[in-house]
Write a protein that binds this ligand. Structure first.
Ligand SMILES: NC(=O)c1ccc[n+]([C@@H]2O[C@H](COP(=O)([O-])OP(=O)(O)OC[C@H]3O[C@@H](n4cnc5c(N)ncnc54)[C@H](O)[C@@H]3O)[C@@H](O)[C@H]2O)c1
Ligand SMILES: O=C(O)CC[C@@H](O)C(=O)O
Length: 300
Protein backbone atom coordinates (compact mmCIF):
# COMPACT_ATOMS: atom_id res chain seq x y z
CA UNK A 1 0.00 0.00 0.00
CA UNK A 2 1.32 3.47 -0.99
CA UNK A 3 1.22 5.62 2.18
CA UNK A 4 0.49 9.34 1.97
CA UNK A 5 0.77 11.73 4.93
CA UNK A 6 -1.20 14.97 4.54
CA UNK A 7 0.16 17.42 7.13
CA UNK A 8 -0.46 21.11 7.96
CA UNK A 9 -4.30 20.97 7.90
CA UNK A 10 -4.55 20.24 4.19
CA UNK A 11 -8.15 20.61 3.00
CA UNK A 12 -9.39 17.02 3.04
CA UNK A 13 -11.96 17.57 0.30
CA UNK A 14 -9.05 18.28 -2.07
CA UNK A 15 -7.49 14.88 -1.37
CA UNK A 16 -10.25 13.12 -3.35
CA UNK A 17 -7.94 12.12 -6.25
CA UNK A 18 -5.91 10.09 -3.71
CA UNK A 19 -8.80 8.85 -1.57
CA UNK A 20 -10.61 7.36 -4.56
CA UNK A 21 -7.61 5.42 -5.84
CA UNK A 22 -7.05 1.74 -4.87
CA UNK A 23 -3.67 0.99 -3.37
CA UNK A 24 -3.28 4.38 -1.64
CA UNK A 25 -3.77 4.99 2.06
CA UNK A 26 -4.01 8.62 3.21
CA UNK A 27 -3.13 9.64 6.78
CA UNK A 28 -4.21 13.06 8.03
CA UNK A 29 -1.90 14.35 10.73
CA UNK A 30 1.55 15.78 11.17
CA UNK A 31 5.14 14.62 11.06
CA UNK A 32 5.01 14.67 14.87
CA UNK A 33 1.92 12.44 15.18
CA UNK A 34 2.91 9.48 17.34
CA UNK A 35 0.29 7.29 15.61
CA UNK A 36 1.97 7.63 12.19
CA UNK A 37 4.99 5.51 11.24
CA UNK A 38 7.11 8.03 9.29
CA UNK A 39 9.43 5.25 8.12
CA UNK A 40 6.65 3.88 5.89
CA UNK A 41 5.42 7.13 4.33
CA UNK A 42 5.89 7.28 0.54
CA UNK A 43 4.41 10.73 -0.09
CA UNK A 44 4.21 13.79 2.13
CA UNK A 45 1.90 16.77 1.55
CA UNK A 46 2.74 20.01 3.38
CA UNK A 47 1.82 23.70 3.44
CA UNK A 48 4.29 26.14 5.03
CA UNK A 49 4.38 24.97 8.67
CA UNK A 50 6.25 21.68 8.19
CA UNK A 51 9.94 22.22 7.49
CA UNK A 52 11.19 19.45 5.23
CA UNK A 53 14.77 19.42 6.48
CA UNK A 54 17.47 16.78 6.06
CA UNK A 55 16.69 15.68 9.65
CA UNK A 56 13.06 15.04 8.71
CA UNK A 57 14.15 13.25 5.52
CA UNK A 58 16.40 11.02 7.66
CA UNK A 59 13.27 9.97 9.57
CA UNK A 60 11.41 9.18 6.31
CA UNK A 61 13.53 6.62 4.41
CA UNK A 62 10.62 5.48 2.16
CA UNK A 63 9.74 9.01 1.01
CA UNK A 64 9.53 9.38 -2.79
CA UNK A 65 7.57 12.59 -3.34
CA UNK A 66 6.78 15.80 -1.44
CA UNK A 67 3.75 17.82 -2.49
CA UNK A 68 3.74 21.47 -1.46
CA UNK A 69 0.11 22.63 -1.33
CA UNK A 70 1.04 26.17 -2.32
CA UNK A 71 3.69 28.10 -4.26
CA UNK A 72 6.78 28.70 -2.12
CA UNK A 73 9.08 25.72 -1.66
CA UNK A 74 11.49 27.54 0.66
CA UNK A 75 10.38 25.28 3.57
CA UNK A 76 11.79 22.26 1.71
CA UNK A 77 15.49 21.42 1.51
CA UNK A 78 15.37 20.81 -2.23
CA UNK A 79 19.07 20.02 -2.63
CA UNK A 80 18.89 17.37 0.08
CA UNK A 81 15.65 15.89 -1.31
CA UNK A 82 17.09 15.78 -4.83
CA UNK A 83 20.23 14.05 -3.56
CA UNK A 84 17.95 11.33 -2.17
CA UNK A 85 15.95 11.06 -5.42
CA UNK A 86 12.82 12.59 -3.87
CA UNK A 87 10.56 14.52 -6.25
CA UNK A 88 9.08 17.88 -5.22
CA UNK A 89 5.82 19.11 -6.72
CA UNK A 90 3.88 22.27 -5.89
CA UNK A 91 0.58 23.94 -6.73
CA UNK A 92 1.77 27.10 -8.44
CA UNK A 93 -1.46 28.87 -9.31
CA UNK A 94 -4.13 27.56 -6.95
CA UNK A 95 -3.75 30.42 -4.48
CA UNK A 96 -2.79 33.29 -6.81
CA UNK A 97 -6.13 35.11 -6.70
CA UNK A 98 -6.54 34.70 -2.94
CA UNK A 99 -3.07 36.07 -2.25
CA UNK A 100 -3.46 38.99 -4.65
CA UNK A 101 -6.83 39.83 -3.07
CA UNK A 102 -5.32 39.61 0.43
CA UNK A 103 -2.48 41.92 -0.59
CA UNK A 104 -4.96 44.40 -2.03
CA UNK A 105 -7.05 44.22 1.15
CA UNK A 106 -3.93 44.84 3.26
CA UNK A 107 -2.99 47.81 1.09
CA UNK A 108 -6.45 49.35 1.47
CA UNK A 109 -6.50 48.67 5.21
CA UNK A 110 -3.03 50.19 5.60
CA UNK A 111 -3.89 53.37 3.70
CA UNK A 112 -7.14 53.89 5.65
CA UNK A 113 -5.91 52.78 9.13
CA UNK A 114 -8.74 50.26 9.28
CA UNK A 115 -7.24 47.83 11.86
CA UNK A 116 -6.18 50.70 14.15
CA UNK A 117 -9.57 52.47 13.89
CA UNK A 118 -11.40 49.19 14.44
CA UNK A 119 -9.38 48.45 17.61
CA UNK A 120 -9.88 52.03 18.87
CA UNK A 121 -13.66 51.98 18.38
CA UNK A 122 -13.93 48.53 19.99
CA UNK A 123 -12.08 50.12 22.89
CA UNK A 124 -14.89 52.66 23.30
CA UNK A 125 -13.14 55.57 21.52
CA UNK A 126 -14.42 57.75 18.66
CA UNK A 127 -11.26 59.28 17.15
CA UNK A 128 -12.27 60.44 13.67
CA UNK A 129 -9.42 62.95 13.34
CA UNK A 130 -6.72 60.47 14.29
CA UNK A 131 -7.51 58.15 11.41
CA UNK A 132 -7.31 60.38 8.34
CA UNK A 133 -6.03 58.14 5.56
CA UNK A 134 -4.83 58.33 1.97
CA UNK A 135 -6.59 57.47 -1.28
CA UNK A 136 -5.18 54.73 -3.47
CA UNK A 137 -6.37 56.67 -6.53
CA UNK A 138 -3.48 58.45 -8.25
CA UNK A 139 -0.78 56.75 -6.18
CA UNK A 140 2.19 55.04 -7.75
CA UNK A 141 2.44 51.37 -6.74
CA UNK A 142 5.81 49.61 -7.02
CA UNK A 143 5.71 45.85 -7.49
CA UNK A 144 8.90 43.85 -7.04
CA UNK A 145 8.40 40.40 -8.56
CA UNK A 146 5.83 40.49 -11.34
CA UNK A 147 4.83 36.83 -11.54
CA UNK A 148 1.36 35.40 -10.99
CA UNK A 149 0.49 37.28 -7.78
CA UNK A 150 2.26 40.53 -8.72
CA UNK A 151 0.38 40.58 -12.04
CA UNK A 152 -3.03 40.02 -10.41
CA UNK A 153 -2.25 42.77 -7.89
CA UNK A 154 -1.32 45.13 -10.73
CA UNK A 155 -4.66 44.54 -12.48
CA UNK A 156 -6.56 45.38 -9.30
CA UNK A 157 -4.42 48.47 -8.61
CA UNK A 158 -4.99 49.80 -12.13
CA UNK A 159 -8.74 49.34 -11.70
CA UNK A 160 -8.47 51.64 -8.67
CA UNK A 161 -6.72 54.39 -10.66
CA UNK A 162 -3.17 53.68 -9.48
CA UNK A 163 -0.16 53.72 -11.78
CA UNK A 164 2.11 50.71 -11.48
CA UNK A 165 5.89 50.50 -11.83
CA UNK A 166 7.42 47.05 -11.67
CA UNK A 167 10.84 45.50 -11.26
CA UNK A 168 11.34 41.92 -12.36
CA UNK A 169 14.50 40.86 -14.19
CA UNK A 170 12.54 38.17 -16.02
CA UNK A 171 9.62 40.31 -17.23
CA UNK A 172 9.53 41.25 -20.90
CA UNK A 173 8.55 44.69 -22.20
CA UNK A 174 5.71 43.04 -24.21
CA UNK A 175 4.22 41.44 -21.09
CA UNK A 176 4.54 44.74 -19.18
CA UNK A 177 2.64 46.48 -21.98
CA UNK A 178 -0.12 43.87 -21.92
CA UNK A 179 -0.47 44.37 -18.17
CA UNK A 180 -0.40 48.17 -18.49
CA UNK A 181 2.54 48.57 -16.11
CA UNK A 182 5.82 50.40 -16.45
CA UNK A 183 8.86 48.10 -16.47
CA UNK A 184 11.52 49.89 -14.39
CA UNK A 185 14.85 49.34 -12.72
CA UNK A 186 14.98 48.30 -9.07
CA UNK A 187 16.37 51.74 -8.15
CA UNK A 188 13.51 53.54 -9.95
CA UNK A 189 10.86 51.49 -8.19
CA UNK A 190 12.49 52.36 -4.87
CA UNK A 191 12.86 56.06 -5.60
CA UNK A 192 9.61 56.81 -7.39
CA UNK A 193 6.75 54.86 -5.84
CA UNK A 194 4.41 55.63 -2.94
CA UNK A 195 3.67 52.05 -1.97
CA UNK A 196 5.97 49.05 -2.57
CA UNK A 197 4.78 45.45 -2.52
CA UNK A 198 7.17 42.50 -2.81
CA UNK A 199 6.10 39.33 -4.65
CA UNK A 200 9.31 37.38 -5.31
CA UNK A 201 10.09 33.93 -3.98
CA UNK A 202 12.49 33.85 -1.02
CA UNK A 203 15.89 32.92 -2.46
CA UNK A 204 19.54 33.74 -1.74
CA UNK A 205 19.12 36.72 -4.12
CA UNK A 206 15.89 38.07 -2.62
CA UNK A 207 16.66 37.61 1.08
CA UNK A 208 17.06 41.13 2.45
CA UNK A 209 16.32 42.72 -0.94
CA UNK A 210 14.86 45.61 1.01
CA UNK A 211 17.49 46.29 3.64
CA UNK A 212 19.11 49.16 5.55
CA UNK A 213 20.70 50.50 2.32
CA UNK A 214 17.92 49.96 -0.22
CA UNK A 215 15.21 51.21 2.15
CA UNK A 216 17.15 54.50 2.37
CA UNK A 217 16.57 54.89 -1.40
CA UNK A 218 12.77 54.88 -0.99
CA UNK A 219 10.62 58.03 -0.89
CA UNK A 220 10.09 59.52 2.55
CA UNK A 221 6.58 58.48 3.58
CA UNK A 222 6.59 55.26 1.56
CA UNK A 223 4.32 52.35 2.59
CA UNK A 224 5.60 48.76 2.32
CA UNK A 225 3.80 45.46 1.89
CA UNK A 226 5.07 41.92 2.27
CA UNK A 227 2.57 39.15 1.54
CA UNK A 228 5.27 36.98 -0.06
CA UNK A 229 7.89 35.69 2.40
CA UNK A 230 9.39 36.90 5.65
CA UNK A 231 12.97 38.06 5.14
CA UNK A 232 12.56 39.64 1.68
CA UNK A 233 12.22 42.88 3.65
CA UNK A 234 14.81 42.91 6.44
CA UNK A 235 12.68 43.19 9.59
CA UNK A 236 15.20 45.03 11.76
CA UNK A 237 15.86 47.60 9.01
CA UNK A 238 12.12 48.04 8.46
CA UNK A 239 11.50 48.66 12.17
CA UNK A 240 14.31 51.22 12.14
CA UNK A 241 12.89 53.16 9.18
CA UNK A 242 9.38 53.14 10.66
CA UNK A 243 10.66 54.36 14.01
CA UNK A 244 12.61 57.23 12.40
CA UNK A 245 9.57 58.25 10.30
CA UNK A 246 11.02 57.53 6.85
CA UNK A 247 8.61 54.63 6.21
CA UNK A 248 5.00 55.67 6.97
CA UNK A 249 3.69 52.17 7.58
CA UNK A 250 3.81 48.52 6.60
CA UNK A 251 1.43 45.63 6.06
CA UNK A 252 2.90 42.19 6.69
CA UNK A 253 1.39 38.75 6.22
CA UNK A 254 4.67 36.87 6.60
CA UNK A 255 7.62 36.85 8.99
CA UNK A 256 11.15 35.50 9.08
CA UNK A 257 10.13 33.26 11.97
CA UNK A 258 6.47 32.20 12.16
CA UNK A 259 4.84 32.78 14.53
CA UNK A 260 6.94 35.91 15.12
CA UNK A 261 6.62 35.96 18.93
CA UNK A 262 7.70 39.09 20.78
CA UNK A 263 8.79 41.07 17.73
CA UNK A 264 9.65 44.81 17.54
CA UNK A 265 7.54 45.32 14.39
CA UNK A 266 4.42 44.07 16.18
CA UNK A 267 4.68 46.90 18.68
CA UNK A 268 4.53 49.67 16.07
CA UNK A 269 1.11 51.32 15.52
CA UNK A 270 1.69 51.85 11.81
CA UNK A 271 2.40 48.17 11.18
CA UNK A 272 -0.63 46.01 10.37
CA UNK A 273 -0.29 42.25 10.36
CA UNK A 274 -2.00 38.98 9.54
CA UNK A 275 -0.75 35.46 10.40
CA UNK A 276 0.24 34.21 6.91
CA UNK A 277 -3.33 34.31 5.62
CA UNK A 278 -2.66 35.14 1.96
CA UNK A 279 -3.69 31.71 0.72
CA UNK A 280 -6.22 31.03 3.46
CA UNK A 281 -9.50 30.92 1.58
CA UNK A 282 -11.77 27.96 1.03
CA UNK A 283 -11.23 28.29 -2.71
CA UNK A 284 -7.43 28.43 -2.63
CA UNK A 285 -7.11 25.58 -0.15
CA UNK A 286 -9.35 23.36 -2.23
CA UNK A 287 -7.40 24.29 -5.38
CA UNK A 288 -3.94 23.62 -3.96
CA UNK A 289 -4.90 20.39 -2.19
CA UNK A 290 -6.53 19.07 -5.36
CA UNK A 291 -3.54 20.08 -7.50
CA UNK A 292 -0.96 18.28 -5.36
CA UNK A 293 -3.23 15.27 -4.80
CA UNK A 294 -3.56 14.91 -8.59
CA UNK A 295 0.23 15.20 -9.01
CA UNK A 296 0.82 12.50 -6.41
CA UNK A 297 -1.85 10.18 -7.85
CA UNK A 298 -0.21 10.55 -11.27
CA UNK A 299 3.17 9.73 -9.74
CA UNK A 300 1.68 6.64 -8.02
N1 LIG B 1 1.23 34.95 1.89
C1 LIG B 1 0.91 33.82 1.33
O1 LIG B 1 0.13 33.05 1.87
C2 LIG B 1 1.48 33.44 0.00
C3 LIG B 1 0.69 32.73 -0.91
C4 LIG B 1 1.23 32.41 -2.15
C5 LIG B 1 2.55 32.76 -2.46
N2 LIG B 1 3.28 33.42 -1.54
C6 LIG B 1 4.67 33.81 -1.86
O2 LIG B 1 4.61 34.66 -3.00
C7 LIG B 1 5.68 34.33 -3.86
C8 LIG B 1 5.31 34.70 -5.28
O3 LIG B 1 4.28 33.86 -5.76
P1 LIG B 1 3.89 33.83 -7.31
O4 LIG B 1 2.88 32.76 -7.46
O5 LIG B 1 3.58 35.19 -7.80
O6 LIG B 1 5.28 33.33 -7.93
P2 LIG B 1 5.82 33.56 -9.40
O7 LIG B 1 6.93 32.60 -9.56
O8 LIG B 1 4.69 33.54 -10.37
O9 LIG B 1 6.40 35.05 -9.35
C9 LIG B 1 7.59 35.42 -8.74
C10 LIG B 1 8.23 36.47 -9.61
O10 LIG B 1 9.38 36.98 -8.94
C11 LIG B 1 10.34 37.27 -9.93
N3 LIG B 1 11.66 37.37 -9.32
C12 LIG B 1 12.50 36.36 -8.97
N4 LIG B 1 13.63 36.88 -8.46
C13 LIG B 1 13.49 38.22 -8.47
C14 LIG B 1 14.31 39.30 -8.06
N5 LIG B 1 15.54 39.09 -7.54
N6 LIG B 1 13.85 40.56 -8.20
C15 LIG B 1 12.63 40.80 -8.75
N7 LIG B 1 11.81 39.82 -9.16
C16 LIG B 1 12.23 38.55 -9.02
C17 LIG B 1 10.21 36.15 -10.95
O11 LIG B 1 10.73 36.53 -12.20
C18 LIG B 1 8.71 35.95 -10.98
O12 LIG B 1 8.10 36.71 -12.02
C19 LIG B 1 5.88 32.82 -3.63
O13 LIG B 1 7.20 32.43 -3.92
C20 LIG B 1 5.56 32.64 -2.18
O14 LIG B 1 6.72 32.70 -1.41
C21 LIG B 1 2.79 33.78 -0.33
O1 LIG C 1 -0.20 27.17 2.97
C1 LIG C 1 -0.41 28.36 3.11
O2 LIG C 1 -1.44 28.82 3.60
C2 LIG C 1 0.65 29.36 2.65
C3 LIG C 1 0.98 29.17 1.22
C4 LIG C 1 1.92 30.19 0.68
O3 LIG C 1 2.86 30.61 1.57
C5 LIG C 1 2.54 29.71 -0.60
O4 LIG C 1 3.75 29.87 -0.79
O5 LIG C 1 1.80 29.21 -1.45
Amino acid sequence: MFQVLAADSIKEEGLQPLLEQDGIQVHIGSVDSTSIDLQKIDALIVRSATKVTSELLDRMPSLKIVGRAGVGVDNIDIAEATKRGIIIVNAPDGNTISTAEHTFAMMSALMRNIPQAHASLKNGEWKRNQYIGNELYGKNLGIIGMGRIGSELAKRARAFGMSVKVYDPFLTMERAEVLGVQLSSFDDVLAETDIISVHTPLTKETKGLLNEKTLSQTKKGVYLLNCARGGIIDEIALAHYIENGHVAGAALDVFEVEPPGDHPLLKLDSVIITPHLGASTKEAQLNVATQVAREISTFF
